[in-house]
Design a protein around this ligand. Structure first.
Ligand SMILES: CC(C)(COP(=O)(O)OP(=O)(O)OC[C@H]1O[C@@H](n2cnc3c(N)ncnc32)[C@H](O)[C@@H]1OP(=O)(O)O)[C@@H](O)C(=O)NCCC(=O)NCCS
Length: 181
């Protein structure tokens, strides 16, 4: 397992099944908050669902297809983030994330995503990082905008979140691929 210190108080750790109970408790406590933008809440009703999801993510990690990390503030789970998909053929990493409501507004996710960009560049050797946010999800869009991503365009009706269709804004950051680096 790996872990990376983001600030003296914030750390990301590769998500492991032993974190499932706490991740589920945080998910359950933030169900209405997260449900605004994330489509999987109704299918996540027990810690076993979260444990199964983490196991799948670890299998994908082993195959080089994804990296799912848990964000800790001290010893408490604040949220999760990672590469939902790693396209090794084309060198593209697709980032996703969520934070418990009480941890919003502190710059935690911007710092975590900045660290994921370092992983993409220095550990994975990717050439592009992609973040997709619902057009109306201004808090999420602010993260790639703060980090200097370019907005590539809008995908219409890209995702069905319960009873509504959401358009997605596609943000991209090109990474330096020069051989000296
Ligand atoms: C999207 C989400 C992670 C954004 O969380 P967030 O707290 O706004 O993001 P950050 O952790 O980067 O914090 C940014 C905030 O901290 C503030 N901040 C404080 N110190 C900061 C710092 N050093 N650097 C950057 N921002 C800082 C910013 O001003 C900003 O606050 P503001 O929105 O009041 O201007 C969160 O709202 C969430 O999980 N939402 C539900 C799930 C979701 O939408 N997921 C994404 C799907 S695409």
């Amino acid at each position: 397992m790996f872990s990376r210190k983001i600030t003296p108080d914030i750390e990301i750790r590769l998500s492991l099944p032993k974190y499932a109970d706490e991740i589920f408790a945080v998910t359950d406590a933030n169900r209405e908050f997260l449900r605004q933008w994330l489509p999987w809440l109704d299918g996540t009703t027990s810690a076993d669902d979260t444990r199964e999801f983490i196991r799948e993510q670890l299998q994908r990690f082993a195959r080089g297809e994804a990296i799912h990390v848990t964000i800790f503030s001290g010893e408490s789970v604040a949220g999760v983030a990672g590469f939902n998909q790693i396209d090794a053929v084309n060198g593209i990493g697709y980032i996703g994330y969520w934070l418990a409501e009480e941890y919003n507004g502190r710059g935690i996710m911007t710092r975590v995503v900045s660290d994921l960009i370092s992983i993409a560049r220095d550990e994975l050797g990717l050439q592009k990082v992609d973040i997709r946010c619902a057009t109306e999800n201004h808090r999420s869009r602010a993260i790639p905008e703060r980090l200097g991503f370019t907005r590539e365009g809008t995908l219409q009706r890209a995702e069905k979140v319960y009873d509504r269709w959401l358009d997605h804004e596609v943000y991209a950051l090109l990474l330096d691929t020069s051989p000296e680096k």
